[in-house]
Design a protein around this ligand. Structure first.
Ligand code: SAM
Length: 177
């Protein structure tokens, strides 16, 4: 897998701030290059950019995108689109195909998603055929795709680095030029 981008549909600024932030953080941790937000919420961009500033890496956030245009552009550049939905095919049945993609857009909703997304997607994929959380759906999908690889990629340029410890907190403050 070379490139993964996350597309977040249906974000409602008045009620989805926390969960959309967590979708972005989870995608970042597991190797996505960025998140496209198909709603206007500068606050989400700010809070994710704050995390990237402190914890490193190059994760980008694009606010208020036109999702159809983004999907069209992605596909024109040879990318594939995986929409996560409890109505889709089972993740284990398509994991091998997803792993083969060089460019994969993972799409998650918040409220009811626009029906055309089911047609635009190359795969509609269920992480179990029960309703649950977009954060869990992203985490499990990306983890299955990355099977065998380290959980975390590198996050260069961070202000802070955690040193894994059996107990307590060990954090290094990095000196930057
Ligand atoms: N009520 C909404 C609907 O009917 O479309 C779904 C809300 S759900 C909390 C938000 C998002 O989480 C969904 O759009 C989907 O991307 C993801 N999701 C929830 N359960 C899922 C599942 N079992 N498999 C895959 N994705 C799931």
């Amino acid at each position: 897998m070379k490139r993964i981008v996350l597309l977040r549909l249906g974000h409602r600024p008045e009620r989805d701030k926390r969960i959309t932030t967590h979708v972005g953080l989870t995608a970042r941790l597991l190797g996505a290059e960025g998140m496209l937000l198909a709603s206007d919420d500068r606050g989400i961009v700010q809070s994710l950019e704050d995390v990237v500033g402190r914890w490193g890496g190059h994760f980008y956030i694009k606010n208020n995108v036109n999702f159809k245009q983004e999907i069209r552009n992605w596909k024109e550049e040879g990318g594939k689109v995986c929409h996560l939905s409890m109505y889709g095919v089972n993740l284990p049945d398509v994991t091998d195909e997803l792993k083969k993609c060089d460019k994969l857009m993972i799409v998650v909703g918040a409220e009811k998603v626009p029906p055309e997304i089911y047609q635009l997607a190359d795969w509609n994929v269920a992480v179990g055929s029960q309703p649950h959380s977009e954060v869990a759906a992203v985490a499990i999908t990306m983890d299955r795709i990355a099977e065998g690889e380290p959980l975390e990629k590198e996050f260069p340029g961070s202000e802070l680095t955690i040193v894994p410890a059996e107990r307590g907190k060990h954090v290094i403050e990095n000196i930057r030029d």
